[in-house]
Ligand binder design. Structure first.
Ligand code: FAD
Length: 297
């Protein structure tokens, strides 16, 4: 669903062209996309499609998929994100993002995983923790975010990051019952996209209440909550005066940037017995993190 998409006489023709382009992309093998010339997504899309389609539809969609409103991401990565979108559906893990690691951990023998243990030093043979002493070992797999990985293993590259701010509101009445992602095509923000998450996955909402989750990309403005609330009133076409803010989370290092040239297969084996994995060694998504974890394993 697109908020404030331009109403232009040629819009339906643009829509048909975009549809055909997405169908072609969905049928293109990933390896062929990875062999294409690489530039920024912005340059590639502007060369391929009318500016109206890029600005009105693809920029806001890719901004949501890549957390990159300026489309500085590698065109190959952007095409792979659009291909995944065209082949499947947008989805979130039922119960919240933590459901996936919890399922993975549940398949391991009891006691295998300890959480809340902060590592302060790591090498092939020993791991030092803040509160739980030193663990001796024969090998180490370091699976933190990129910044911590580079602090623990100096010399590792630290990428640039896209910042993400997420706001969770509850409202007396849901502004829509539809489980749709609402994209803002006006880059002026502050909201980039929003959804009534209680309609998508009621398990995420406080018992019996509505949950509206909205995302601000990049550096959030001063007075974020007030501006977001005002913007949401326009996007949903309803008063937000009675809405209550449940949480606001700002993550400066949310998503490692993937400018061209982007290597989605960064080595995970640094030395015999020393491995590093995570989204920063592959693509900046949960799927990329899983793929690099598989390579490390
Ligand atoms: C707001 C937001 C929304 C997102 N939405 C999506 C989405 O819709 N789809 C998608 O595919 N991706 C999304 N992502 C990106 C996705 O979450 C990441 O790509 C993915 O979680 C990366 O997994 P990872 O295992 O590499 O790192 P992380 O999930 O960051 O895991 C690293 C772990 O290391 C731990 N750690 C860090 N330092 C230490 C230390 N010193 N000692 C011990 N442990 C430490 C951390 O606590 C953390 O548990 C989103 C990210 C954010 C921030």
């Amino acid at each position: 669903a697109l908020a404030s998409a331009p109403r232009h006489p040629a819009a339906s023709l643009d829509q048909a062209r975009l549809g055909a382009s997405l169908v072609r992309l969905a049928a293109t093998p990933a390896q062929r996309i990875l062999a294409r010339p690489e530039r920024t997504a912005r340059e590639a899309l502007n060369a391929r499609l009318p500016a109206r389609t890029v600005q009105g539809v693809l920029r806001p969609l890719l901004a949501a998929l890549l957390a990159d409103p300026d489309l500085g991401t590698s065109s190959r990565r952007a095409d792979l994100a659009l291909r995944a979108f065209a082949r499947g559906r947008l989805a979130v893990p039922e119960g919240g993002a933590a459901a996936l690691p919890e399922l993975l951990a549940a398949a391991l023998p009891p006691g295998t995983v300890r959480t809340g243990v902060r590592v302060t030093e790591a090498s092939v043979s020993r791991v030092t923790t803040a509160e739980h002493g030193v663990f001796r070992c024969r090998s180490v797999v370091l699976a933190t975010g990129a910044r911590t990985a580079a602090e623990l293993l100096p010399g590792l590259r630290t990428p640039a990051f896209h910042a993400v701010t997420v706001l969770h509101h509850t409202a007396p009445v849901a502004p829509t019952g539809d489980p749709v992602l609402l994209l803002e095509s006006d880059p002026g923000g502050p909201v980039a996209h929003t959804a009534v998450m209680s309609a998508v996955d009621p398990g995420r909402a406080p018992a019996g209440r509505t949950l509206i989750t909205s995302t601000v990309l990049g550096t959030p403005p001063d007075d974020t909550e007030r501006r977001v609330r005002k913007h949401l009133a326009t996007l949903y076409g309803t008063s937000t005066d009675e809405w209550e803010l449940l949480a606001l989370r700002h993550t400066p290092d949310a998503v490692p940037a993937m400018p061209p040239p982007h290597d989605g297969n960064r080595p995970v084996r640094l030395l015999a017995g020393l491995y590093v994995c995570g989204d920063h060694r592959a693509a900046s998504t949960a799927q990329g993190a899983l793929a690099s974890g598989r390579r490390a394993a």
